[in-house]
Write a protein of this length. Structure first.
Length: 174
């Protein structure tokens, strides 16, 4: 049968078919390798895009945080604390009457969060004026300071306390 295939050219056709089959298999393998390589490339590219998007989001959040910090830095302490939702109180001025040292006053300033914290601590209710709530706290602080110094706050003859409401949420206590 081998001679017959050689004479009729079938042997050459079979060899060409085998070579074509082998070339097809090699081409299919190259195609599969290329597909695998493409998939790996796409996964790597997707991972890089994801990392870049995450970095961009992180950078944007950091830029926003820095911008907020920059804005907060421009505010005065009261505005900064209020914006952050923190309680704030400050003694703006202390005055003593030179002719009578028993008389004087402190000028206090505070934000609403401070008053809310005082209400929670039992210094008043929502219905009370802010000045009265802060005055109760301030008297308590002064009384505690006198007690800490070994003095009896009830024996002090310091006159009276006057609370005068000023503009922009301030009060003068004298």
């Amino acid at each position: 049968m081998g001679i017959w295939k050689r004479i009729t050219g079938i042997e050459k056709i079979e060899k060409r078919r085998e070579r074509a089959e082998q070339e097809r298999e090699e081409a299919e393998q190259r195609l599969k390798d290329l597909e695998d390589e493409h998939i790996a490339f796409e996964k790597e590219a997707a991972a890089k895009r994801k990392a870049a998007a995450e970095k961009e989001a992180t950078d944007a959040a950091e830029a926003k945080r820095l911008e907020e910090e920059r804005k907060l830095a421009k505010l005065d302490p009261k505005e900064r604390a209020t914006k952050k939702g923190e309680a704030w109180v400050d003694v703006l001025q202390t005055h003593v009457d030179e002719n009578n040292l028993r008389n004087g006053f402190f000028e206090l300033d505070w934000n609403r969060q401070f008053v809310d914290d005082l209400i929670q601590a039992g210094y008043g209710t929502e219905a009370d004026p802010e000045e009265e709530i802060v005055d109760r706290w301030f008297r308590d602080i002064v009384s505690q300071m006198l007690t800490d110094e070994g003095l009896d706050p009830t024996l002090r003859g310091g006159g009276f306390v006057n609370v005068e409401k000023l503009s922009s949420g301030r009060s003068e206590i004298s």
